[in-house]
Design a protein. Structure first.
Length: 316
């Protein structure tokens, strides 16, 4: 009876970029990540008549499933986890999920979709989840998508704040003295995190000492970058992004197209650039002075990016 009189509720979750430290973070090294607030996954929960059951629809991918009939689907697993946490039985509810985030683009599309669903269900239950609860629930689903995720994607998306992240520890909110601008460009090539993480693991198993040294070198860059952000030394951050990209090349997770995009951004005046996320495809980030946004964005498109847009990481 109550469900029929209720109004729909909505919730959303942002995307993310890894600023520095992807892959090494899987091996216990620190990484820095920031939310991308302008690209979001959105979930809407609409009441259905009693007995209708719970339906999940994702018009972007053409999926429509009934909760009770899709036990293993990641979206159904997300909903079931959230309901279990809330202590609720299957509701009579239609959940509609839409996302502006490219799938397998290294921008956290899977974690954002799960976080939006979790938040919508909490809102439906008149509860506000703490970020650590959203993060923990979404992490369970990330394991289904990505195998052995570090937990950085679910964490930055749940907190919607720039973070320093070390696997297995609570995040540290980054102190950012001056805002800075990134241009994010999509290679248009899918970047399945599960595959790139597995490729790095295979390399690490073959040559553990070499890979550990590369992870340590990334950790040093992360530490320097954190100091730059705290000091507002944005120009000094650029070469650190470049150096991180070079190590990612050595780890075997770049590609000719990603290298070409990164180079195009630098030639157009970016302070530094690198791939972001799992790599092999997905997105690159370029650190730019605000006055160079236009020219760098145009250069990235001309170099073959499917799309490119600017986002600001705010100071605190
Ligand atoms: C994915 O956004 C970042 C990786 O380091 C994987 C992970 O941390 O789980 C590639």
């Amino acid at each position: 009876m109550m469900a029929e009189t209720r109004l729909p509720v909505e919730a959303s979750a942002c995307g993310k970029v890894i600023l520095l430290g992807e892959h090494a973070v899987v091996y216990g090294r620190p990484a820095l990540a920031a939310p991308v607030c302008g690209l979001r996954a959105r979930a809407r929960a609409e009441p259905l008549p009693p007995g209708a059951g719970c339906w999940i629809e994702a018009p972007d991918t053409g999926e429509r499933l009934r909760l009770s009939e899709a036990p293993d689907h990641p979206l159904a697993r997300t909903v079931r986890l959230a309901l279990e946490h809330l202590g609720l039985p299957e509701p009579d509810l239609r959940l509609v999920l839409r996302s502006e985030l490219p799938v397998a683009g290294g921008l956290g599309s899977s974690a954002a979709a799960s976080a939006a669903l979790v938040r919508a269900l909490f809102r439906w239950a008149d509860r506000t989840p703490e970020p650590e609860i959203v993060s923990a629930l979404v992490y369970e689903i990330e394991k289904l998508h990505h195998g052995t995720p570090s937990g950085i994607d679910n964490t930055v998306i749940a907190y919607e704040r720039p973070i320093r992240f070390v696997r297995g520890r609570p995040p540290v909110l980054l102190r950012i003295a001056r805002p800075f601008t990134l241009v994010i460009a999509d290679s248009g090539v899918p970047s399945p995190t599960r595959e790139t993480v597995a490729a790095v693991r295979a390399g690490w198993e073959r040559e553990p000492a070499r890979y550990e040294a590369l992870f340590d070198a990334i950790a040093d860059l992360v530490q320097e970058a954190e100091a730059c952000l705290q000091a507002g030394a944005i120009e000094a951050l650029g070469p650190l992004l470049d150096a991180n990209h070079r190590i990612l090349q050595e780890l075997g997770v770049s590609s000719p197209l990603l290298d070409h995009l990164v180079e195009a951004a630098r030639m157009a005046g970016a302070l530094g650039a690198k791939l972001t996320g799992g790599g092999r495809g997905g997105n690159v980030i370029a650190l730019v002075r605000p006055e160079d946004v236009e020219v760098v964005t145009r250069a990235l498109r001309a170099a073959g990016a499917r799309g490119a847009f600017a986002t600001e990481v705010r100071a605190d």
